[in-house]
Write a protein that binds this ligand. Structure first.
Ligand SMILES: [Zn+2]
Length: 231
């Protein structure tokens, strides 16, 4: 069964709306195939980016002292969930350290060890428990599709990425090894040797304005339909 996950990063709440709308549409029709949707992997971060540090409850002070609450991507503990998966961890940490990110922050701090965060653990546990055939992670922005991670990437992933690109006009992004690692799709590919995609929705500066949703969603829907093999 395929899995779609969204809302990894606080400012990327348009992805949550996409996942929820798609879940509604998918559930309305009779299907042969099940689908798992996790619409908001990082609810704390999403709340902080939308409503400020006060929504972080006991982490309110910490969030205020740690970074810009309006440009918050991490969870309430200042860990970037999409850098917290165990995939090329050593290089992820090396790059963070080189960029001067050595402690919790609004963005790009991957944690003190992989899977340190409950949000990360919840997703890896779900993938281990269910027989997940492929995953697609929604992020914003850039209108790009990432499909590759290391030598265990199945060959079929590129052709599926190309199909998603064809229907949407989104670009199949050339993988940059230097920027890879630590992400959900990276972990999934490496762990299961199955396809994992990151789709960067919309174009502009995060957070994308809510008004972009109605124009972008029909395009995202086409991608998700190809991904779920529903045509
Ligand atoms: Zn993101």
């Amino acid at each position: 069964m395929p899995l779609i996950a969204a809302g990894f990063h606080g400012m990327e709440y348009l992805t949550v709306l996409c996942a929820l709308r798609f879940a509604n549409e998918y559930a309305a029709k009779k299907r042969n195939q099940g689908l798992l949707i996790v619409p908001c992997v990082n609810p704390d971060g999403t709340e902080i980016a939308l409503h400020g540090a006060k929504s972080a409850c006991r982490y309110e002070k910490f969030v205020r002292n740690t970074g810009d609450e309006k440009r918050w991507q991490a969870n309430a503990r200042g860990v970037d969930i999409n850098h917290n998966f165990e995939a090329d961890w050593k290089n992820v940490k090396r790059r963070e350290t080189e960029a001067g990110i050595t402690r919790p922050a609004a963005t790009r701090f991957g944690g003190f060890c992989p899977e340190s965060e409950p949000e990360t653990k919840a997703l890896t546990k779900l993938c281990r428990r269910e027989n997940i055939s492929r995953v697609l992670a929604l992020h914003s922005q850039g209108r790009e599709i990432y499909w590759d991670f290391g030598k265990h990437t199945p060959k079929s992933c590129l052709s599926l990425a190309e199909k998603m690109s064809e229907v949407s006009g989104y670009k199949v992004a050339s993988p940059e090894p230097i920027a890879a690692g630590g992400g959900f799709k990276d972990w999934f590919i490496e762990k299961f040797h199955r396809c994992g995609f990151t789709v960067e929705i919309g174009k502009g500066k995060n957070p994308l304005p809510l008004r972009d949703f109605e124009t972008e969603y029909p395009v995202v829907r086409k991608i998700l339909r190809v991904f779920t093999a529903e045509g």
